[in-house]
Design a binder for this molecule. Structure first.
Ligand code: OGA
Ligand code: MN
Length: 220
């Protein structure tokens, strides 16, 4: 079943209306949240891969800070991650990349963002793990332009916790939106603009997270 879905998705039939919703959201508000961006059995295939990587010991504690000074600090960030590698990607990952490539081209065409690359990792937050309020751009490095988080958790309830809390900018009163990490929901936002955090959950919480990057200005 998943195999058939993957075939459909690698052909050029991914609904452009869903891509358009993201473009409109980013253009008007700087963010978009699209429930059901990918179909359930496709998400199930990605979730299974994340589980297998976890059981194989291929997911590692995520560090915080720039690469040169990165450190492990679970009080700041408690997820386990596995970076995806284009060269070793599964059929489901390739289908994911194909759709994200459509999104990259649409973002560049409509919003002139000059995005050239997507970096992705699976993330698993054990129950209780958090990621404190942060921005996805490191100081002095604006390469990460657009953050994309695809959630892989079936049947998520409000009481399960684990929302992605996004702090709205430009408002006098601090205001937030909370995104539930439900299977198939895709959250997309401008990396340099929105502070956000992951609240603790009662259950394991999985996602596939990516950043579209533009080229650095000081490439040697
Ligand atoms: C991140 C992040 C949010 C989420 O990995 O930088 O903010 O909802 N993730 O998983
Ligand atoms: Mn983040």
């Amino acid at each position: 079943m998943a195999k058939q879905m993957i075939t459909v998705m690698t052909s050029n039939t991914f609904p452009t209306s869903k891509i358009d919703q993201i473009i409109e959201g980013i253009a008007e508000h700087g963010y978009a949240v699209i429930p059901g961006f990918f179909p359930a059995d496709f998400i199930a295939a990605l979730r299974e891969e994340a589980h297998q990587l976890h059981h194989a010991g291929a997911m590692q504690g995520a560090t915080t800070g720039r690469e040169d000074t990165a450190k492990l600090d679970t009080a700041t960030r408690g997820d386990l991650i596995h970076w995806l590698d284009d060269a070793q990607s599964s059929a489901a990952q390739q289908a994911f990349f194909a759709t994200m490539e459509q999104l990259r081209e649409a973002l560049n065409r409509h919003l002139y963002l000059g995005l050239f690359e997507l970096e992705n990792h699976f993330a698993i937050y054990p129950p209780g793990a958090i990621y404190r309020k942060h921005l996805d751009q490191f100081r002095g490095n604006e390469e990460r332009q657009i953050s994309c988080i695809l959630y892989l958790n079936d049947n998520w309830k409000i009481d399960d916790g684990g929302a992605l809390r996004i702090y709205m900018d430009g408002t006098a009163e601090p205001s937030v939106i909370d995104v539930l990490p439900e299977s198939g929901t895709l959250a997309v936002f401008m990396s340099g603009r929105f502070w956000h955090e992951v609240l603790p959950a009662r259950r394991e919480r999985m996602s596939l997270t990516g950043w579209f990057r533009k080229r650095g200005t000081n490439l040697s």
